[in-house]
Write a protein that binds this ligand. Sequence first.
Ligand SMILES: Cc1cc2nc3c(=O)[nH]c(=O)nc-3n(C[C@H](O)[C@H](O)[C@H](O)COP(=O)(O)OP(=O)(O)OC[C@H]3O[C@@H](n4cnc5c(N)ncnc54)[C@H](O)[C@@H]3O)c2cc1C
Ligand code: FES
Length: 289
Amino acid sequence: MASMIEAGVPSEVAPGDPMLPRPYRIRRASRELEDTFTLELAPQDGGDACRFAPGQFNMLYVYGVGEVPISISGDPRKEGGFVHTIRAVGSVTRAMQTLKRDALLGVRGPFGSSWPVEAAEGRDLVIVAGGIGLAPLRPVMLHVLAHRNRYDKVLLLYGTRRPEDLLFRRELERWRARLDLEIFVTVDRATEAWRGNVGVVTTLISKISFDPARALAMVCGPEVMMRFTALELANRGVPPEQIHVSVERNMKCAIGLCGHCQWGSNFICKDGPVFPYGRVRELLSVWEL
Ligand SMILES: Cc1cc2nc3c(=O)[nH]c(=O)nc-3n(C[C@H](O)[C@H](O)[C@H](O)COP(=O)(O)OP(=O)(O)OC[C@H]3O[C@@H](n4cnc5c(N)ncnc54)[C@H](O)[C@@H]3O)c2cc1C
Ligand code: FES
């Protein structure tokens, strides 16, 4: 039986029109944290290959409620569906959290620029994530693990407010057990049971060993975290053009038409969300466009 949420789903969608959401069915909905969940989506008509590059995002439309940009958190090698990890913060994402397996969502995308995984080959790769910022970087980790011999050192620094906010816990443990990865986790505020690092993620940067001149860094998290992380990496000698950040701003069309996300000559939806830090240094100190 069709759910209320499916009411208004267009029966036919012109292929290739980037403004028309295509119906996708929720194959699996899983709880990550109290306010965070992962949706595995498959095209209802089975027709889309669902290829994407790490760092790209989709516009997810909850029928009758609204549409929001959400990064793709799945494995870029896996075709036939998209994985998204979402924190419920407002009207659309809260409505999304109530959707169960087999419900329909509208999907437009993938859109935007991607993390420079090819440019990082042959270099030390420093990945820094804060909170939900690990979700857009997870495809990078999965790509790197599939092509591990192409990279020198691979370091992941991950920080959350509290131990219970850590995302992808089991996967983090698996990564931590590998000898070819260096995984550092920290929390702002520890509990009694916590035995790991305490302090914001930037405090880890002075402790790690890598070659700053040749390293490439990818940073995703709250803007204040990205700003201080980029400054700290630059202080260690990483050139600004080798530091990449993912800028999140409110979006409407996601294809560079409406101007909603425009900043100077940049359209965040089209030229971003992933930018070299040097290009968006000033933008990161402006909260809203
Ligand atoms: C390119 C891109 C990729 C994103 N990827 C993800 C992702 O992988 N997972 C995820 O959970 N979220 C992601 N977001 C953020 C997500 O789009 C917003 O949380 C969502 O639009 C909120 O919509 P809402 O209707 O639920 O909340 P609203 O009712 O619109 O807002 C609720 C609260 O959240 C704040 N808010 C809204 N948008 C943002 C934002 N972009 N950043 C910070 N605070 C915001 C509002 O100021 C308000 O306080 C991404 C955003 C962009 C631009
Ligand atoms: S969201 Fe319309 S131009 Fe970027």
